[in-house]
Design a protein around this ligand. Structure first.
Ligand SMILES: CC(C)(COP(=O)(O)OP(=O)(O)OC[C@H]1O[C@@H](n2cnc3c(N)ncnc32)[C@H](O)[C@@H]1OP(=O)(O)O)[C@@H](O)C(=O)NCCC(=O)NCCS
Length: 206
């Protein structure tokens, strides 16, 4: 199906997003936008980067915010909320998403990720390459489950949190909002809002 999609952001994460979108729909017509004047006129995966500001915006009906930084992604979503546009989710065809899972708008599910039954993924979240979100997890909005993370069943993650690459969160553990879990950590206890943890078992270090 021919659809016109605005990709907002032109960094490394945008490359992952465009790749997944084209794998899911080869006929998608993609335009790449950035509000950083230094990026405008450069190219990303053979597409010219176009300027996009709060007042001079895109015309496509569909858009996806392809910015890896969680707070920036959330802030951009606020800019476009309520406009007559669709904040589309993109699911790579090599991902496995249960028909009993619920995904909100603006989610990216990258190749080889798994989202199991009765998990809920809130808007603007990234479930990155090879991440496993087991059954009945709750993933807060604008959070990021990085490549090869494993979330056990019933894990709860608050808004704007990042679980770093390859980390493991044991079943039933709750992470607050704005939490950072270091790459390779094993989280064995609940983590409060705003904490940064790393290691095995994961301990607070900031
Ligand atoms: C844990 C983390 C948040 C720390 O970042 P930071 O605050 O910038 O910390 P620094 O890089 O200054 O490192 C501080 C110390 O922690 C160590 N450290 C850093 N990351 C670590 C990790 N994941 N596990 C164990 N130790 C780590 C460093 O070696 C350093 O140790 P030292 O003081 O003995 O030299 C970060 O390293 C990390 O793992 N982020 C996740 C990144 C990721 O997976 N992103 C997904 C991309 S798709």
């Amino acid at each position: 199906m021919h659809i016109n999609v605005a990709i907002l952001g032109s960094g490394g994460h945008a490359k992952v997003v465009i790749d997944a979108l084209l794998a899911a729909n080869q006929q998608a017509r993609i335009s790449v936008y950035d509000d950083n004047p230094c990026r405008v006129g450069e190219s990303l995966l053979q597409k010219f980067i176009v300027s996009c500001t709060p007042t001079d915006t895109f015309t496509e009906q569909y858009y996806h915010i392809a910015v890896g930084h969680n707070k920036t992604r959330a802030s951009l979503a606020g800019r476009y909320a309520g406009r007559d546009k669709l904040f589309m989710s993109i699911i790579h065809p090599d991902a496995s998403v249960s028909s009993f899972a619920v995904l909100a708008d603006g989610v990216l599910v990258a190749a080889n990720a798994v989202i199991a039954a009765e998990s809920n993924v809130a808007q603007g979240t990234i479930i990155n390459h090879g991440a496993v979100v087991d059954h009945e997890c709750e993933i807060g909005e604008f959070s990021h489950v990085a490549p090869n993370v494993t979330l056990g069943g019933g894990v709860v993650i608050g808004a704007r949190s990042i679980v770093g690459a390859g980390a493991v969160v044991l079943p039933g553990i709750k992470l607050g909002c704005d939490v950072t879990v270091g790459a390779g950590a094993v989280v064995t206890r609940d983590i409060n809002d705003g904490q940064v943890v790393k290691g095995i078992p994961a301990r607070c270090f900031q």
